[in-house]
Design a protein around this ligand. Structure first.
Ligand code: KMT
Ligand code: NI
Length: 182
């Protein structure tokens, strides 16, 4: 997590640019957690497999599955279509855990006041989006990110799009956890 900031949501902007307003308000890691429940861990991508922190996170999250996703114009089938899907606002029934091995991109998450926070992810970032948080992803203008996808149990990547997700129990549970400050 190089930086996180309240993004400029002007529709005329290119979402693959940083979308920083003139007076950008940055969001430090602790505040990001308080306002959205997003967790962040720095892990060296060169040595992750022998890093006890990485092992501990996997254990704590009950990770039983991992694979690698490489999003680029040359490696990803239907690139333009796929990145549009990533960028549709949605939730999942489970945590979205990504460990960035190379490249960069943006995860946008709604904070507790429904405002978009843009999180810039780069190599060595492990990010955990809680189940039920509204979010979306886009590559940046460099068009390249390689990430591990970690999952507890059999992987389910299904997005539940807004606004249909508002009544979903996973969404309600997330809001209850946020209200309780946990
Ligand atoms: C997702 O689910 O949005 C992705 O896996 C995006 C690519 S990984 C940074
Ligand atoms: Ni998602």
């Amino acid at each position: 997590m190089v930086q996180a900031w309240y993004m400029d949501t002007d529709e005329s902007l290119n979402c693959r640019e940083p979308c920083k307003p003139e007076n950008t308000v940055y969001v430090p890691q602790e505040e990001l957690y308080e306002k959205s429940g997003v967790e962040y861990f720095p892990i060296d991508a060169a040595t992750y497999d022998t890093n006890p922190d990485y092992t501990a996170i996997k254990k704590k999250k009950g990770i039983t599955y991992e694979d690698t996703i490489e999003v680029s114009r040359t490696t990803f089938p239907n690139y333009e279509e796929k990145i549009k899907i990533f960028f549709k606002e949605h939730i999942h029934a489970d945590e979205e855990i990504r460990f960035i091995e190379a490249g960069s991109g943006y995860f946008d998450v709604r904070d507790c006041d429904d405002k978009w926070i843009r999180i810039q992810v780069v190599k060595d970032d492990l990010i955990v989006l809680p189940a039920g948080i509204y979010h979306r992803f886009t590559p940046d203008t460099a068009d390249y990110i390689k990430a591990k996808r970690l999952f507890a149990g059999d992987p389910v990547w299904t997005p539940i799009d807004r606004p249909g997700a508002d009544d979903h129990s996973v969404r309600k549970d997330y809001l209850n956890r946020m209200a309780a400050g946990s």
